[in-house]
Design a protein around this ligand. Structure first.
Ligand code: DMJ
Length: 666
């Protein structure tokens, strides 16, 4: 709130907050007593009433109706008004009924003992007590809600009104009970288990990785069950703001498909039971739309396709519905965060002048297409296609996509481009949209090819020592630094090689191999043989981190992901060898009795732990390692496309299927 004033209007006695251009009642009955005006020159009620606009009236109406409800509550439930002493004015005093003194209570209880009997009197007092508590809690909640409303910006209030309206319409539609999801043909599900690699040495290595998964899962089961993640040193639950500090069992949902393909069926069942009984999205939690999409919706959909258990599909759809209000922006580019209960969205405070992030709004396509396929609801498909169309119309500096886009104005934020954090999975999902459509979505493929061409021209270089790296583009300048996150691109180039224009398949496979080599070097040049978060190719430095805050390893998967794709496409044994080096290093330096932890400095022989077992360690790192030591029959790439959190989704043969909503998109 920038400026507030408080004043009293005699009829009715209501306290008004002036918030920017708005005047809103704050539910405070004042019995004619005057509250000091904090801001001189505040105008009187009739004038403001004359200038109220539609949205403001709506808010006014909402708040007034809340107030009236409270009055009714008080009227009917307040046990005996005479026992509620009136206070001098203060916010709390006005709202919280006074509770009679101990002396009065003792006096009245003596009277009742004579008249009715001790037992009845005791019960009566208890009932009174609990009624008072309820009224007090109601009042406090109403005050809190009113305060929160007044703190919000105009945009947020508008979005809230829009969400309310949509909700009313949807509730009306749902009046006859929830519609069952339409039956759809199950896509061809090939290679959902087994993948025995054949030779005993590889099998032994694969068993070791399975054992590591069991240790990670069992530890979480024992110390962090139901929490989003685990603190393996403190041996308790952990969460971050991407999950809105609500206990949504992120590790359970993220790990399910890994458990399934590893044949850990009891653990899978345990996870399923928790989801059936506890996973509830009607929580007042502000979550990251991107993270919830890739980890929860992706995880639930993959679990559904692999196991055929309906509950996962139903939960995925329930959650997806909660994300839809995030798209209520002037451009249809979603907010980064949305409150699952209120539907109010907003962006990260740090993102270039209120921008949304390319890698976040650009990483929804795979899951949303599957949602439309499974539900028959065109909304999901239309939302992601709208984003694609909007991006296609925009000018791109040097053919590059900046990481930031303002959802209000539809204009780019800072001209930074990255194939690592903030940009990465946008490119990945263009390629995977094409693959997932059985290569019929040629628009996605063309967009990917054009983007990669610009990236190669401006961002990919060779270091003095001959290492190929992908730098970061910042306002026309190339920063010769590569992130661990960027290392996924080796796998992406290999995956996209087949089908690339001008018969450049060999070139892209080679590029993938070079990136894999560079990223392996970033691991090999450390003491722990684990890769740093970011590494430089500058002033004589080759693939090493310089700054202390870039030396950590948080159990990330990207380098191993690239090893696995390269293995599938080349069967060069070095990729298994590099993968095994990573297994040994993780087991030696990250394993603790309570699970697996990230380490703060990969160049120190005496590393300290960050005490977080990330959910993506179970979803991605261990899954890619397991696949690296399995046969190609397990989740073949012709039939499955992995989302950016390594959740496999089946190819939809869109040549034979028309998605609802796609007819109107042309
Ligand atoms: C994962 O959540 C996903 O891979 C995402 O795309 C970016 N990185 C993390 C793990 O590093």
């Amino acid at each position: 709130m920038t400026q507030s004033s408080f004043e009293v209007w005699p009829h009715p006695p209501v306290l008004y907050f002036h918030h920017q251009n708005m005047t809103t009642p704050a539910l405070l009955p004042l019995s004619g007593r005057r509250i000091p005006t904090l801001s001189p020159g505040a105008s009187s009620f009739p004038h403001h009433r004359a200038t109220l606009r539609l949205s403001e009236k709506f808010i006014l109406l909402l708040i007034l109706s809340a107030f009236i409800t409270l009055c009714f509550g008080a009227f009917f439930f307040l046990p005996d008004n005479s026992k509620h002493k009136r206070f001098d004015f203060g916010l709390e005093d006005v709202l919280i009924p006074h509770i009679e003194s101990e002396k009065e209570a003792r006096h009245s209880s003596r009277q009742v003992i004579h008249g009715v009997g001790a037992h009845d009197e005791h019960r009566h007092r208890e009932e009174e007590e609990s009624l008072r508590d309820k009224i007090r809690a109601d009042h406090e909640r109403a005050l809190q809600e009113a305060k929160e409303k007044l703190r919000k910006s105009k945009e947020e209030l508008k979005a809230e009104i829009q969400t309310e309206k949509t909700k009313v319409v949807e509730d009306l539609k749902k009046k006859d009970g929830p519609k069952p999801l339409p039956p759809v043909p199950m896509p061809k599900l090939v290679g959902v288990n087994d993948g025995d690699p054949g030779d005993p040495d590889t099998k032994e290595k694969r068993d070791k990785i399975r054992e590591m998964m069991k240790h990670a899962w069992d530890s979480y089961r024992q110390y962090g069950w139901g929490h989003n993640e685990l603190k393996p040193i403190a041996k308790k639950g952990h969460s971050t703001n991407i999950f809105g500090n609500s206990q949504m069992g992120a590790t359970i949902v993220d790990a399910l498909d890994t458990l399934y393909i590893m044949g850990l069926h009891d653990e899978f069942k345990d996870g399923q039971e928790w989801i059936e009984q506890n996973l509830d999205f009607s929580v007042n939690a502000e979550v990251s739309v991107f993270e919830v999409n890739i980890r929860f919706i992706g995880g639930l959909l993959a679990a559904y396709y692999l196991s055929g258990q309906e509950v996962f599909k139903v939960k995925a759809v329930q959650l997806a519905e909660k994300l839809l209000p995030a798209f209520n922006t002037p451009t249809g580019i979603p907010w980064a965060m949305v409150n699952l209960k209120s539907g109010v969205g907003r962006n990260w405070g740090w993102a270039s002048a209120g921008s949304s992030i390319l890698a976040e709004f650009g990483t929804l396509h795979m899951e949303f297409v599957h949602l439309t396929y499974l539900t028959g609801n065109p909304a999901y498909y239309q939302k992601v296609m709208h984003i694609r169309k909007l991006l296609a119309k925009m000018d791109r500096p040097n053919g590059l996509y900046p990481n930031y886009l303002n959802p209000r104005t539809g204009r780019w934020g800072q001209h930074h481009t990255s194939v690592g954090g903030l940009g990465d999975s946008f490119y990945e999902y263009l390629l995977k949209a094409w693959l997932m459509s059985d290569k019929t979505d040629t628009e996605a493929r063309k967009t990917y090819d054009d983007a990669i061409e610009a990236i190669e021209r401006h961002l990919i270089r060779k270091s003095n020592g001959g290492l190929t790296f992908i730098g970061e583009w910042k306002n026309g300048h190339l920063e010769r630094k590569m992130g661990h996150l960027t290392c996924f691109a080796g796998g992406m180039f290999a995956l996209g090689a087949d089908g690339s224009p001008d018969d450049k398949a060999g070139h892209y496979l080679q590029l993938g191999a070079e990136i894999a080599h560079t990223c392996h070097e970033s691991y090999d040049r450390t003491v722990l043989k684990l890769g740093p978060e970011a590494f430089k190719f500058d002033s004589g430095l080759e693939a090493v981190a310089v700054r202390q805050n870039e030396k950590y390893y948080i159990l990330r998967p990207e380098v191993i992901e690239t090893y696995w794709y390269m293995w599938r496409f080349t069967h060069d044994p070095k990729y298994r060898q590099w993968g095994w080096e990573a297994v040994q290093a993780i087991d030696k330096y990250c394993r603790v009795s309570g699970g697996f932890s990230g380490v703060k400095d990969v160049y120190s022989s005496n590393p300290t732990y960050d005490d977080v077992q990330q959910s993506f360690f179970l979803a991605e790192t261990l899954k890619y390692l397991y696949l690296l030591f399995s046969s190609d029959e397990l989740l073949p790439l012709e039939n499955w496309v992995f989302n950016t959190e390594a959740h496999p989704l089946p190819v939809l043969h869109l040549g034979n299927i028309t998605l609802p909503g796609s007819e109107t998109q042309q």
